[in-house]
Design a protein around this ligand. Structure first.
Ligand code: ADP
Ligand code: MG
Length: 317
């Protein structure tokens, strides 16, 4: 099968749902009508075989994970994810693999009301590069640079499970049930689109925790020219970390990547209103510290000692 037949069979057949797509796959470029009063946000994430996923993972899961990590970037910006392009590099033509990949892609597109509007298909080492486009009301996109001293730092969920999954992949002492729960966290991150409207209303800065909390919070601090102090006892460590990782559990929660929860800051005067709005929607976020004028990261340990915190997380080079 050549490249054009492949695109036709697997990707062009996915129906387009949104009226803003004037035309999608089939021309040299897709054409979108941006609704008035909106900004268009664009972000790309690449997943390389052997680095971001293992080639033996199912193609369905690989497709799903690729879409989810891209959606997470939109959620972090307070943008509603809408459209995707897919640059797919395949090591071989494998009809079964492509069928499963397309099924995972289509399910993810449907779950989040996204359209696949274009892409590129090439031959080489397996990698999946998605560009996601999203919309935010004019001027409301949330950046990393908006945090100010006094702001409360929050995270949207428990941390460390995906990193623990990688660590325990081949450990025989972990129960099957726990292993499944951990692998689900790694394979199926749930992007926090449920927080988008709340972030638009309250967040002064936000980022998704893809590399690890301390590394990603440090990006907010760098961009905002501030520092931060975390409170160890308030960090929501995933319960399975305490079960299997004991002494290292706080380190994994602080520096293990792949959680795809959100870290965001909110001016102190607005946190009560934030908690009210969160509880109305049955959502929970955890306050974990404060933004400070003094640059760098610090952590108040369980014994109340203040320690310097070295930002640690995944980095490619
Ligand atoms: P070009 O010759 O301009 O590179 P292609 O032959 O690569 O165009 O692509 C033809 C059409 O198919 C384009 O509209 C492109 O966006 C779309 N396309 C190619 N590969 C993919 C893919 N993996 N997923 C979705 N759309 C794709
Ligand atoms: Mg091309």
């Amino acid at each position: 099968m050549n490249e054009f037949a492949l695109i036709e069979q697997f990707f062009k057949s996915i129906p387009i749902k949104s009226k803003e797509v004037l035309f999608g796959i089939g021309d040299d470029a897709a054409c979108l009508q941006i609704p008035p009063g909106n900004n268009l946000l664009v972000s790309t994430d690449t997943l390389v075989s052997g680095i971001h996923f293992l080639p033996e993972w199912g193609a369905y899961d690989i497709a799903r994970r690729s879409v989810m990590v891209n959606i997470s970037d939109m959620a972090a910006m307070g943008a509603t994810p809408r459209w995707l392009t897919l640059a797919l590099t395949l090591d071989k033509f494998d009809s079964h693999w492509l069928t499963e990949f397309t099924r995972g892609l289509t399910d993810s597109l449907n779950q989040y009301n996204l359209d696949l509007i274009g892409g590129d298909t090439t031959h080489g080492p397996l990698s999946i590069s998605l560009t996601i486009l999203g919309l935010a009301p004019d001027g409301l996109a949330i950046r990393r640079s908006g945090a100010s001293p006094g702001d409360v730092i929050l995270v949207s969920g428990q941390l460390g499970a995906a990193a623990l999954a990688l660590k325990l992949l081949n450990n025989q002492e972990v129960s099957l049930e726990d292993k499944r729960e951990l692998m689900d966290k790694l394979l199926y991150p749930t992007p926090r689109t449920d927080l988008i409207s709340i972030l638009r209303q309250y967040a002064s800065a936000a980022i998704d925790i893809s590399d690890g909390l301390s590394a990603d919070l440090n990006h907010i601090c760098d961009a905002s020219k501030v520092g931060a102090c975390l409170i160890e006892k308030q960090i929501p460590v995933h319960p399975l970390l305490n079960k299997y990782s004991n002494a290292q559990s706080i380190d994994l929660a602080l520096s293990g990547g792949d959680d795809y929860e959100l870290c965001f800051t909110v001016p102190a005067g607005q946190v009560n209103a934030l908690y009210n709005d969160l509880s109305k929607e049955n959502l929970v976020c955890y306050p974990i510290g404060f933004i400070e004028e003094t640059l760098g990261l610090r952590i108040k340990k369980l014994d109340n000692q203040l320690e310097h915190l070295v930002p640690k997380g995944y980095s490619h080079f």
